[in-house]
Design a protein around this ligand. Structure first.
Ligand code: BG6
Length: 282
């Protein structure tokens, strides 16, 4: 089943249900904000109980698409964090229920005057989401301009965890990382643990990567990306965020696969960059 739905305030989304999973994708941002495998007792993605589902406001949870910049744009720090793709209205350009029981939807965002006025390039984005035994996402970034552009992008995935202090990430051992909280570079020597605010960019993280929870392991396999952002706002920051329920940080961990900092990508005119993510639960 693929159904277009809207909330009472008009906020539109697509609901998908098949023999593998149930998913909800907002047209704003092509934002997957709910995903639960039928065989699993809890959703794969975490979404805040206090999130806004409103025009122009990013959803707190699921998988925001960060484009064309990640974090703040250096040259124009006054612009919204993580770019405009996550708050722009996308269009559904294809949808299919396949014979093997999987469902595929493709959403598109083409630059308009508003985008052009803040980021002066012509581009096209297509996001393909496959709801199957595993969740697959493919973001195709196409340069329609006559000049090359530089991008930093990410699938800013919020994973649902039973207790963030008890999870482990396999694949960060001995990896170099940038700690955004003090602006310094480190190497992951100790076991990865969340017992405070975490905001880091890992370079050359292992692929696939395992997020090991007490009741399940979530495996992320990515292509077209080399960096991984790990984020948890912890107590104080959560209090400061209007769309973050106070205890929410305990049950989420962001593992954001993409091209961040030194890993950002230059896309030449008429060329494409493909960012892919496959998430398996076992
Ligand atoms: C993470 C950043 O990717 O996103 C953090 O590393 C940031 O610094 C977080 O706080 C949330 O960003 P936003 O814009 O969704 O509040």
């Amino acid at each position: 089943m693929i159904e277009k739905k809207r909330l009472t305030n008009g906020f539109e989304y697509i609901e998908i249900e098949n023999s593998y999973a149930k998913a909800k994708i907002a047209l704003q941002g092509a934002h997957l904000f709910y995903y639960k495998n039928n065989a699993s007792s809890s959703p794969l993605m975490w979404t805040s109980n206090s999130t806004f589902f409103e025009e122009g406001k990013a959803i707190r949870g699921g998988v925001p698409i960060c484009f064309p910049w990640f974090g703040k744009l250096k040259e124009k720090p006054e612009l919204p964090q993580h770019g405009f793709a996550r708050v722009s209205p996308w269009e559904v350009v294809a949808q299919e229920e396949k014979e093997d029981g999987s469902t595929v939807v493709r959403l598109e965002l083409i630059n308009n005057k508003k985008h052009f006025s803040v980021w002066g390039y012509l581009f096209k984005l297509q996001l393909e989401i496959v709801v199957a035994k595993s969740l697959e996402m493919r973001l195709m970034i196409e340069n329609l301009d006559v000049k090359s552009f530089e991008i930093s992008t990410a699938f800013h995935s919020y994973f649902s965890v039973s207790d963030v202090t008890r999870v482990e990430i396999k694949g960060l051992e001995n990896r170099r990382y940038y700690d955004a909280l003090d602006g310094k570079l480190y190497e992951q020597k100790m076991k990865f643990q969340v017992d405070k605010e975490i905001d880091r960019v890992y370079f050359n993280s292992k692929n696939p990567l395992d997020l090991m929870d007490t009741h399940r392991t979530i495996t992320l396999t990515s292509k077209g990306s080399n960096s991984l952002v790990v984020w948890n706002p912890w107590v104080e920051k959560s209090h400061q965020m209007k769309d973050m329920c106070d205890d929410g940080y305990k049950n989420m961990l962001c593992l954001e696969t993409g091209n961040v900092m030194e890993d950002r990508v230059i896309v030449e005119p008429k060329k494409k960059h493909l960012l892919e993510l496959m998430v398996q639960e076992h």
